[in-house]
Design a binder for this molecule. Structure first.
Ligand code: SF4
Ligand code: SF4
Length: 434
């Protein structure tokens, strides 16, 4: 694609990066067929190619974002299905991230939108605040049907199941069972701790059973994805830097005693962001190299477990598991086979739904900000999953679990919970008693 940026514009590192991305696009339109919003809405401007044109026009003109650009960029799920399909290697993720930052800087949203976005940014990355908000929201859940669109969506998403207590603050170490074979840093996350603390519990049980020492680093927290996808670059970078500082200190402390083998992430939405830390902080001098090192060390839990060839599987019922491949895992991280291979090795009968490349509509805060599109995608996904007649559904991202749990007629669990169960841990919630 031909671009027309001035030399002065290209002096801005972000614009220069976006220009490189734009020049890779050959307008072929292959990406449109696998874009969930284009599949649903049939509007070229809600396809990757359409959005690329809108972003190009906005950035080249050096103008504030228009209502039209905001509407169509806001409708993008950042599912990255287009990146899997694109034959030209267009890095749509970095382009749309830049567009979101530009929108946040130059566009004044309606007051209600601004308030909702500010509230999400101020609450969701902080487990204690988020837990308190959900406690308040629980009684309001029964009135959700009476509320307008976004409020209704937010209340509907408040879980009816008991909330988990967030992990203790400060450094936490779980020693390996038996001889230590590896040492890993676990990203404790934010939202997941509150909605399903059992995922971290299962991860720690499984890793320590395999001989891993597991560390949560003091000062680490939210990966920054929530604010990053809202275009709030300053807040996202603050979260990223805090993690880079905390994890770098752990890596340095372990250097003389075997080192750190991996930063393990068990929420794939977060993992995609942590693997991009090197890019996010590329221009932040003191952090650039350390961020690259952290990204290189980061593994999704399924990727890390696939490195073991001696997982101690015991007998589990040969239950039919439908594996829902989270977009952030399959498109963002290209981790496709490992979770299914592990589940099959554990003895589960694994199938996948039709249209497995399409997003379930969760996409971070998308299901609250764009509830209509999100619920249509959720119902389409649930329908495809139900056709596989699962005993249970496994996935690698908390967002997908929350999005699907009340729509699919089977328990929706994290892949690591099933692997923990298959190696001697307790049955995951909803499967107790089997
Ligand atoms: S990220 Fe997903 S929703 Fe956005 S343009 Fe690409 S395929 Fe479409
Ligand atoms: S598939 Fe890639 S090259 Fe083709 S229009 Fe989409 S982004 Fe551009």
């Amino acid at each position: 694609m031909q671009t027309n940026f001035s030399l002065a514009q290209l002096a801005d590192a972000d614009v220069a990066e976006s220009e490189k991305i734009l020049r890779n696009c050959v307008h072929c339109g292959f990406c449109t067929a696998t874009c969930p919003t284009f599949v649903l809405l049939g509007d070229e401007l809600d396809s990757p190619r359409g959005r690329i044109y809108l972003i190009k026009d906005m950035l080249e003109g050096g103008r504030p974002a228009s209502d039209k650009v905001v509407k169509h960029v806001d409708r993008c799920l950042s599912c990255l299905s287009c990146m899997t399909t694109c034959p030209s290697g267009v890095n749509y993720m970095h382009l749309v991230d830049h567009a979101r930052t530009h929108i946040e800087r130059t566009y004044k949203r309606p007051a209600f939108d601004r308030a909702v976005r500010a509230m999400l940014a101020a609450v969701m990355p902080y487990p204690r605040r988020f837990r308190a908000l959900l406690q308040l929201a629980k009684p309001g859940k029964m009135f959700a049907g009476l509320m307008p669109g976004r409020l209704r969506a937010m209340l509907a998403l408040a879980p009816s199941t008991p909330l988990s207590r967030p992990l203790a603050t400060g450094r936490i170490v779980w020693p390996a069972e038996g001889e230590r074979r590896k040492r890993v840093i676990l990203m404790q996350g934010c939202v997941q701790q509150v909605l399903a603390g059992r995922i971290n519990d299962a991860t720690v049980r499984l890793l320590t059973r395999l001989g891993c020492e597991v560390i949560v680093a003091d000062g680490s927290g939210c990966c920054g994805a929530l604010t990053h996808h809202l275009g709030r670059e300053h807040e996202a970078h603050a979260a990223v830097k805090a993690n880079v500082d905390a994890w770098t200190a752990e890596i340095a402390a372990a250097e003389s005693d075997g080192g750190i083998d991996a930063v393990v992430v068990n929420a794939s939405g977060c993992g995609t962001t942590v693997k991009d830390y090197g890019f996010m902080l590329r221009s932040v001098g003191a952090y650039a190299d350390r961020a690259v090192a952290i990204s290189a060390l980061t593994r999704d839990i399924s990727e890390f477990l696939a490195e073991f060839d001696d997982l101690p599987f015991t007998d589990v019922p040969l239950d039919r598991v439908t594996y829902h491949s989270a977009c952030s895992l399959q498109h963002g991280q290209k981790v496709i086979a490992a979770p299914k291979d592990l589940l099959r090795a554990a003895g589960f009968d694994v199938s996948e739904p039709a249209e497995s490349h399409l997003c379930c509509g969760s996409a971070g805060t998308y299901n609250m900000m764009q509830p209509d599109i999100a619920s249509r995608l959720r119902d389409r996904k649930a329908d495809n999953i139900s056709r596989t007649r699962p005993d249970m559904v496994a996935t690698g991202n908390i967002g997908c679990m929350m999005q699907l749990q009340d729509t699919v007629d089977a328990p929706v669990v994290h892949t690591v919970e099933l692997l923990d169960w298959a190696t001697g841990g307790p049955a995951p919630g909803g499967l107790d008693g089997r």
